[in-house]
Write a protein that binds this ligand. Structure first.
Ligand code: HSE
Length: 429
C-alpha cells in the first residue's frame, strides 16, 4: 500500500508530541500499519517557534483551511481546538475534499458531532477522535468496539484532570479552592482562563461524546446539567471524609426510567470505590454493559504523550483501513437525543448549612423536610454558643431532585440560615 500522508493543523504541545511519536516509533508504526505514515504538511500560528522537533521537511501553510482543502494528504489531524471557527472550517473542508479526519477536539464533536458524522459518512471518510475523550485512555474504542456486544447501561468517570488535581490537593492539604487553583495555573495544569475546566464544561463536552457512543444517540451537549467545583470548600471536603466519602467531579450518563440522564457535577463517592482513589491529574472511566458488567479504565487524560498516543491510534486504524461509524452506528440511525430532566433524578444528598445557633432552628429545618417528604439519614451539628454561626449537615435518604430544590429554596429563606445551603449529590455508583 502507498504511504499514508498526514497534514497536521495545530503544532502546540500535542502536535509536537505527535511529531516526536512518529519519529521515535517510526519502525514499529510502519509494521503495524503495513505501510509508512508520513507527515507531508503542517499549519500553525507561528512558523518559527522552537517545538523541539524539526518541521523543515513539511509543506507549510499559514491557513489550515487551505491546507485541509489542498495539501498532498490523505488525513487531516486537527489539533487547533474550539467548537467553531477555523477548527470547524478545516474539518469540514477536509471532509468535503474526501480526506479522513483525526481530531482531539472535544468541543467540536460535542456540539457539531452529529452533523460532522453525517458529512463524513456521505463522503466515505473516517472522523476519528480517540484523543478527544480522556486523553490517552482508549475509551472511545473500548465503548464502540470492545463493548459493542452489550446494551450499555451507564458510563461515568473523572473526565477532567484539572478539577481532579484541585480536589485532590484541597483534600490533601486543607487549602481553599482559589489557592489550589492558582498553584495549578503556576504548574501549567490549569489554563490562564480556567473556566471551561472548573465549571465542568470540558467534562460535559467529553460526556456528550461518550453518551452518544454508549447509547447510540445524537450528541446532546445542551441537554447536560453542568455544575463545576468553584463552590467546594475545605469544610465540605472534611465532612465528606468524616462521613466516609470523597468528593469527585464526575460526568455521568445512565439509563433511567425517564430516559438517559446526562450530568456533570461534584459527587460524594464512597471512599472504598475505585474511582475515589483516582487522584491528581488522572482520568478514569467506568462503563457498564448488560453482559460484561462494569469495566474500569484509568490513565492520563491530557498532555503531549498520552494525547499523541490516542491520535496515533486513530491514524493506525486509517492506515489499516479499519473503519467504524463515528458514534458506533451509522449517523442517520442515531436516535434523537432526549435527555432526562435533572429534576427527576432520584438520589441521596449532602446538605450543609450555616445557621445561627438559636432555639427552634432545627425544628424549622426539619419541618421543611417533613413538608417536602424528604427523609433524613443523618444530621451533624458542631458548636453550641447562642448567636454563634455553626455548620449543620444533613444526609438525606433517596429523594427526587425537584423536592430537594424546593426544600433548599425554603431553607435559604429562613431567618437563621446565614448563607445559601450547599448541596452535593451522593452517588452510590
Ligand atoms: N483541560 C483538560 C483537563 C484536558 O484538565 O483534563 C483536555 O481536555
Amino acid at each position: 500500500m502507498d504511504t499514508l500522508k498526514v497534514a497536521i493543523a495545530g503544532l502546540g504541545t500535542v502536535g509536537a508530541g505527535l511529531l516526536k511519536l512518529l519519529q521515535d516509533n517510526h519502525e514499529l508504526l510502519a509494521a503495524r500499519c503495513g505501510r509508512p505514515v508520513e507527515v507531508t504538511a503542517v499549519s500553525a500560528r507561528d512558523r518559527r517557534r522552537d517545538r523541539g522537533v524539526s518541521i523543515d521537511g513539511f509543506a507549510w501553510y499559514d491557513d489550515p483551511v487551505l491546507m485541509a482543502r489542498e495539501a498532498d494528504a490523505d488525513v487531516l489531524v486537527e489539533l487547533i481546538g474550539g467548537s467553531d471557527g477555523v477548527a470547524k472550517a478545516a474539518v469540514e473542508a477536509a471532509i468535503a475534499a474526501g480526506r479522513h479526519v483525526v481530531t482531539a477536539n472535544k468541543a467540536l464533536l460535542a456540539i457539531h458531532g452529529s452533523a460532522l458524522a453525517k458529512a463524513a459518512e456521505a463522503t466515505g471518510v473516517s472522523l476519528a477522535y480517540e484523543a478527544a475523550v480522556a486523553g490517552g485512555i482508549p475509551i472511545v474504542k473500548a465503548l464502540r468496539e470492545g463493548l459493542a456486544g452489550n446494551d450499555v447501561t451507564r458510563v461515568f468517570g473523572i473526565l477532567n484532570g484539572t478539577c481532579n488535581y484541585i480536589l485532590t490537593e484541597m483534600r490533601a492539604t486543607g487549602r481553599a479552592f482559589d489557592d489550589v487553583l492558582a498553584e495549578a495555573q503556576d504548574l501549567g495544569y490549569a489554563e490562564a482562563d480556567p473556566s471551561f475546566d472548573i465549571d465542568g464544561v470540558d467534562a460535559a463536552h467529553k460526556l456528550a461524546i461518550l453518551t452518544s457512543i454508549a447509547f447510540g444517540r445524537e450528541v446532546d451537549f445542551d441537554g447536560i446539567s453542568t455544575e463545576g467545583i468553584r463552590h467546594i470548600t475545605p469544610l465540605d471536603i472534611a465532612y465528606a471524609e468524616e462521613l466516609g466519602y470523597r468528593i469527585k467531579l464526575l460526568g455521568i450518563a445512565r439509563k433511567t426510567e425517564h430516559g438517559v440522564e446526562q450530568r456533570v457535577h461534584p459527587c460524594m463517592v464512597r471512599r472504598d470505590h475505585p474511582i475515589a482513589h483516582v487522584e491528581g491529574v488522572l482520568n478514569a472511566v467506568v462503563a457498564g454493559g448488560n453482559f460484561v458488567g462494569d469495566t474500569v479504565y484509568e490513565g492520563s487524560g491530557a498532555g503531549a504523550g498520552p494525547t499523541a498516543s490516542a491520535v496515533m491510534a486513530d491514524l493506525v486504524d486509517i492506515a489499516c483501513e479499519r473503519y467504524s461509524p463515528t458514534f458506533g452506528i451509522p449517523a442517520a440511525r442515531l436516535k434523537k437525543a432526549e435527555t432526562a430532566a435533572l429534576e427527576r433524578h432520584v438520589g441521596e444528598y449532602y446538605l450543609r448549612l450555616h445557621v445561627i445557633d438559636r432555639f427552634g432552628v432545627m425544628a424549622d429545618l426539619t419541618s421543611v423536610f417533613r413538608d417536602e417528604r424528604i427523609s433524613l439519614e443523618a444530621m451533624l451539628q458542631r458548636g453550641r454558643d447562642p448567636d454563634e454561626i455553626v455548620p449543620v449537615v444533613f444526609i438525606t435518604h433517596e429523594t427526587d431532585e425537584a423536592s430537594l430544590r424546593r426544600a433548599l429554596e425554603r431553607i435559604s429563606a429562613l431567618d437563621h440560615v446565614v448563607e445559601p445551603p450547599r448541596m452535593i449529590r451522593i452517588e452510590p455508583l
